[in-house]
Design a protein around this ligand. Structure first.
Ligand code: EPU
Length: 423
């Protein structure tokens, strides 16, 4: 297992190329199961989560080839059962249920457990499958979904924490091959859902309204192969923007869709940073301390929960008192105890972190717990004195392509070393 050592205090300057979006690529790869024909997906990030998804597709019978960022998949003959061993490594593997149900009218997939950012149920996915006419049964840790006929209907997918991204993806993928019209109300409007819808449309699906709270799907008899380029990763981009705010003289992100990052750039500008927006690039000028912010995470186009931990790392050394409130995953604050070990002054009040900016952070051994919390620790290390030693970095590698190399190319001083056994 690797650990990352961040030697704080370097200034960052230069350009960083943003990779393809993990959260777009995963459901898009799953959607290739909807056709027997070949699909070619470009800009697939080289991340462990994408490798897991390709292993799952392979297990289901698909032929998978990968050359650099391009993946070619042909799922001519598939089975419909994905056991625990193969899906347990990644919660997002639930998004194979929709395409299996759409194409084969059945799926047996091991149920995902909870995860450190919260309980993460899939009740809304299952409610959607049932509304389409499927029988859903939980048996021996598996969810079995069976639908001799999938029939279009109106489904409200909104839950108590708002819309569900993968739930919307799943119902979308099941309904494209259902009979008649499906209306998904309370749909997630994230750019990743729009990207999936665009791929499905390229495969021959009839979908309107992706990117709004109401998606309308007109079922078709079958889908064909298609070629698609995954959108840039707005969360990876946001993370490098925060790195630029923390330690950047001038950092330019290339291959971004600035509109997808609007709520993040708006917050950084409010905090006192200068950002210059180009067609597909953003430049941030770090200018010392961040001003205080009140951030509330919300579904897109609101401030993303996937950027809350990174903003927290920035504001720990900011001016005054900032408040970060989670409305999507109220327990998603695993970074807080670790940041406190580095000298941060943070108090939890229910689903809010109250951050009093401090003058100085000091590097410490810390534990990565989930993907974004881990990224926050790398960012905090950039403006800490001494060395921050981050353990369990496989969490970071799930969602960031070579974060150490990309930051080092900007001037950071980060090492990746093997943990001694027992560490
Ligand atoms: N929820 C339910 N029931 C469900 C589904 C969701 O109550 O059936 C709740 C969740 O517990 C949560 C809220 O609804 O409180 C929103 O969850 P959502 O379903 O939207 O999350 P997800 O689709 O499982 C995706 C991303 C997450 C991101 C969330 C929110 C992927 C692979 N994952 O998860 O990304 O935080 O949407 O935007 O797309 C990450 O990349 O670090 C990450 C965790």
């Amino acid at each position: 297992m690797d650990k990352i050592l961040v030697h704080g205090g370097s200034r960052l300057k230069g350009q960083v190329m943003v990779s393809g979006s993990k959260n777009s690529a995963l459901p898009i790869l799953a959607a290739t199961l909807l056709t027997k024909e070949e699909c070619v997906i470009h800009n697939v990030p080289d991340l462990s989560d994408c490798h897991y998804m390709l292993q799952i597709l392979n297990h289901l019978g698909a032929q998978v080839e990968r050359a650099s960022g391009t993946v070619t998949i042909k799922a001519e003959k598939i089975v419909t059962e994905a056991p625990y061993d193969i899906v347990r490594k990644m919660r997002a593997s639930v998004c194979i249920i929709g395409p299996l149900l759409g194409r084969e009218k059945e799926a047996t997939v091991s149920l995902p457990g909870g995860c450190v950012i919260g309980e993460r149920p899939i009740d809304l996915h299952l409610k959607g499958f049932e509304a389409l006419g499927a029988a859903v049964r939980i048996d021996a840790g598996n969810v079995k979904v069976l639908a001799p006929n999938l029939r279009g209907t109106t489904i409200n997918l909104r839950g108590k924490f708002g819309p569900t991204v993968l739930g919307t993806d799943n119902i979308l993928m099941a309904s494209v091959l259902a009979e008649g019209t499906t209306v998904i109300d309370g749909a997630a409007a994230e750019p990743e859902v729009v990207d999936l819808a665009n791929f499905l449309i390229a495969m021959g699906a009839k979908i309107e309204g992706a990117g709004t709270r109401r998606i309308i799907v007109e079922g078709v008899k079958e889908l064909h192969g298609a070629e698609h380029e995954v959108i840039p990763d707005r969360i990876e981009a946001g993370t490098y923007l925060v790195a630029g705010a923390i330690a950047g003289d001038e950092v330019t992100l290339r291959n971004v869709v600035p509109e997808h990052l609007h709520s993040v750039t708006e917050a950084l500008i409010k905090s006192g940073f200068r950002i210059v927006t180009g067609t597909d690039q953003l430049t941030i000028f770090g200018n010392g301390k961040a001003g205080p912010l009140k951030i509330v995470t919300e579904p897109y186009p609101g401030f993303p929960t996937d950027m809350q931990a990174q903003m927290c790392a920035l504001l720990t050394k900011g001016q005054g008192i900032s408040i970060l409130t989670e409305t999507i995953f109220p327990q998603r604050f695993m970074h807080v105890p670790e940041l406190k070990r580095m000298g941060a002054n943070i108090e939890m009040e229910g689903p809010s972190a109250v951050v009093q900016g401090v003058e100085r952070l000091s590097g410490a051994p810390v534990m990565a717990s989930d993907l974004r919390a881990s990224a926050a620790l790398v960012l905090a290390g950039l403006h800490s004195e001494g060395t921050t030693e981050i353990h369990r970095v496989y969490h970071i590698d799930r969602g960031y392509e070579s974060i150490d190399d990309k930051l080092n190319a900007l001037g950071a001083n980060i090492e990746r070393v093997k943990e001694k056994s027992g560490a």
